[in-house]
Ligand binder design. Structure first.
Ligand code: FMN
Length: 231
């Protein structure tokens, strides 16, 4: 009996150690691979100089930006806040933002003057999709809201309803929209913590945004978030 209890304790401690080992201290859990066309992002920081309460207090929609580019470190931090992998258990990479059933049906895109990229959480990297400047067209698709093309970086979040519906059926639209909000808020708060500003944009023509970005049929554009230094 005593031996059985000792064995159970050893097994429990091993499991605990393994699960701790899978927690991230900020290092991407899968180091970036050398892939042509993919930009390895710097390791994100997991501490900052401003409290969560202060970021909540200071967050305001910012629509005017200084003409100053963001650094790769800032872009890395914003992508990580949105969809970075923070723990790995089995085959699932758990992310900064919660996801119903850990299905992760969302994609994060980033537009700058020099091109259009997709964030790849698994490798904490950016995959170049096009070197075109699509910001003018995206602005038009969002009813001409000028801050999109004036911001140094604009994020677009898309969602795959069908992926979520396989498990959650008619709850899928709700779950995908809630997850969009989680990701969006992470970007807004991280922006404040970096001394930056952002604005949520929901007023856009879905089909036009899809066309501009060439999104696959299964992805719906749900949120646009320009980020930059407040003017
Ligand atoms: C879902 C959603 C969609 C929004 N869409 C737009 C938009 O298209 N254009 C815009 O300028 N602001 C948009 N906003 C920002 C709101 O106008 C803003 O959050 C509100 O005025 C409150 O101000 P605050 O964000 O500074 O607290 C949106 C906000 C949310 C939550």
């Amino acid at each position: 009996m005593k031996e059985m209890m000792m064995l159970s304790l050893v097994v429990y401690l091993c499991c605990l150690l393994c699960s701790c080992a899978a927690e991230s201290n900020g290092e991407p859990l899968n180091p970036p691979v050398d892939n042509p066309g993919e930009i390895n992002l710097p390791v994100p920081k997991t501490d900052g100089r401003i409290s969560l309460e202060q970021t909540l207090l200071k967050r305001r929609s910012v629509r005017k930006y200084a003409q100053k580019e963001l650094t790769l470190e800032q872009i890395s931090q914003l992508c990580w806040a949105a969809q970075g992998i923070t723990a790995r258990r089995g085959r699932i990479g758990f992310r900064t933002a919660p996801s119903a059933g850990a299905l992760y049906p969302m994609s994060l895109y980033l537009l700058k003057k020099d091109g259009y990229y997709k964030y790849i959480p698994e490798t904490h990297s950016l995959k170049l999709i096009s070197k075109e400047n699509l910001l003018e067209d995206l602005t038009e698709a969002a009813l001409g809201q000028p801050y999109i093309k004036k911001a140094p970086v604009t994020f677009v979040i898309s969602g795959d309803y069908a992926k979520c519906a396989k498990r959650y059926r008619d709850r899928a639209p709700l779950f995908v929209h809630v997850e969009t909000g989680h990701i969006g808020q992470n970007i807004h708060l991280q922006a404040v913590a970096l001394g930056l500003g952002s604005v949520p944009i929901g007023a856009f023509r879905d089909e036009d945004v899809k066309d501009v970005l060439g999104l696959p049929d299964n992805e719906a554009p749900l949120y646009i978030i320009p980020v930059g230094y407040p003017e």
